[in-house]
Design a protein around this ligand. Sequence first.
Ligand code: SAH
Ligand code: SF4
Length: 362
Amino acid sequence: MKGTTDIPFHKTLSFEELTCMVAAEGTERKSLLIEAGRVQEEYVGKNVFFRGLIEFSNYCTKNCYYCGIRKDNKNIERYDIADEDILAAARFAYKNRYGSLVLQSGERSDDKFVERISRLLRGIKKLSNGELGITISLGEQTRETYKEWFKAGAHRYLLRIESSDEELYYKIHPRDAKHDFQTRLNCLYTLKELGYQTGTGVMIGLPFQNYEHLAKDLLFMKELDIDMCGMGPYIEHHDTPLYEYRDQLWPLQRRFEVALNMIASLRILMPDINIAAATALQAIDPMGREKALKCGANVIMPNITPTANRKNYLLYENKPCTDEGADDCTNCLNVRIQMAGREVGYGEWGDSLHFHSNRGRR
Ligand code: SAH
Ligand code: SF4
């Protein structure tokens, strides 16, 4: 196959090579996706791991220009799921042998919130006899908070850099102390230092973004030596400032293709990390996540948020599965994963192999 394409498949990829891979179309693109699937099977096998996703609150103190639950959006109903309902969702994940869950919400850092998360983490550990792995995705926090949550039982953290290009970062965030690029970067360094399996990611197809930005994002992830990645297409939301630029975006289908190119390129660049098939892929293509599982992604995050609240966690438009119960999701996913030639790693934490192989060096 290597003779049929100009894309070089090896792990030390240059900026120019990555730019070509991210932009690939037609037969070159096909070869890229096939090669990524091969690398995936060689390094992390056919297993796909579940992370039950609980989007427990859409209250947020920030104003990211792309996000439907930003503080200044007055057109949504805010919610905060009661602790007992969060714990019930965790029990569901445990009983269904999901292995791990993800707690995600808008960003808050008041004492009440910090303490509540610690309490919930301890509760989840207790109800699962310490067996459920816990990823949290709760934005930028102080070192002390990250430390406290680690102690309480969280061992993975997902904090997308959104874009590793500082100039682009400030086109999609307000330029103020609450949305400081350097602070976000420092948070990622701190998470790594504290021993979290650290994940980051970007949105793909943002206004003002080009293939070079995306290639740079991949090199950023390699440089940061991340353990996990969650990245997906940007999908505009009508109640956000970036909506004004919707006419300048790549068509949704192209955003989807480039998102898969990014996943495939990252799998080749960092063969043993965990890569999630982002839910936003499914908002564009009903089989979007399954397609990602074939070309590099090995983690899927079924939404187990209690159904009544799902319609209000609209980060973007056309968000899938907002009216299904968690049970439906498990059944349909099982079949879909098998159709993609993958197997569900039930009851396993599914840690990043990269994290464990790196441990001695940290
Ligand atoms: N508040 C936390 C976690 C919740 S937001 C944080 O910001 O880290 C989770 C992710 O949703 C963000 O990192 C962002 O990449 C993604 N997101 C927000 N708005 C989006 C949009 N319009 N299209 C696609 N992804 C979006
Ligand atoms: Fe809040 Fe996260 Fe949305 Fe930014 S991306 S507005 S921090 S929920």
